[in-house]
Design a protein around this ligand. Sequence first.
Ligand code: AMP
Ligand code: MG
Length: 338
Amino acid sequence: MKKSNKKVISIVAVILCAAIVIGLVSYDFVKSSLSVESTDIAMGTVISFSIKGKDAQAATDEIKEFIIGLENSCLSWRVEESDVWRINYGAGTDVSVSTETASWIGRALDISADSEGAFDITVGKLTRLWNIGSGEEVLPDKETISTLLDDVGYKKVFISDTSVKIENCQAIDLGAIGKGVACDVAKDLLDDYSIKEAIISVGGSILVYNQKASVGIADPSNSQKHMATIEVDNQCVSTSGDYERFFEADGKKYHHILDPETGYPAITDLRSVTVICDSGLDADALSTACFVMGYRKSLELLNKYDAEAVFVFDNNTVSVTDGIKDSFKLTSDNYTVE
Ligand code: AMP
Ligand code: MG
């Protein structure tokens, strides 16, 4: 072969190799900047995903399926044969559940103890009696409430390894932690994929994964709008508020967060509590607990769990814990910061 032909062939080979390398790199670049935005219904609420990275689509699909499975096999008291359904159905006996369900219930019991019972998953019979959010609410009578109140008590729940036992007349309801648990499960699944960053919201609970994001806090007087934002860095956020589910009877408003001491919706000067911390379960449980406990008592509890919070009061003032003062911004003129 002539020397000049050899030279042409080697130049062409170099160009081809370069093209392949550039092709692979840009394919990888395109995939890593892939972004999936999607919204669905699960756990009786809206779940939305914003996931960026190579595996965004696969991660979105798996997390969606996992959250639906989580509700059906573990958390729902309505779905026959779920762990919670079996615990309630087998009240008075040891019921074998998944390791995860046992550990979530264990964590819920810790938060019950630390909140001195303001948070209590054994309100199951009462939440069913009130049935708030069903659209078929009827104001229960005092006697029925007081009878069911006798069976409320987190201290009567026992866990040994992966079996859970509640007292005969009790029923548990994990409605106050389910959405936070879904965020934690989503986080573990994202870790298994090649994901750059993500925001996943499950009802009032939000996971900010591997990024900083500005998260809006709903205006309790108009929940379609935000009244403030907080900067969240790789943490979970959860809001509990009296505007989320409620009904009106005899000119009075009855919301869905019960005071385990009275059996009635918690009486408070709060409209909502938003909690920010590393764990979705903790954020969800603490927001419910703080709503029942009120501002002052909540501060110690939040401290113990290394959590920050935003309290919105019914006189349109807002209190923010020290750790997030700089990242909190009011966006509505109707509120003032205390
Ligand atoms: P959340 O919206 O996270 O505050 O949770 C409220 C839901 O948790 C209610 O719809 C009930 O199913 C349940 N719940 C109500 N009051 C309590 C309470 N004091 N402790 C634990 N769970 C509760
Ligand atoms: Mg909650």
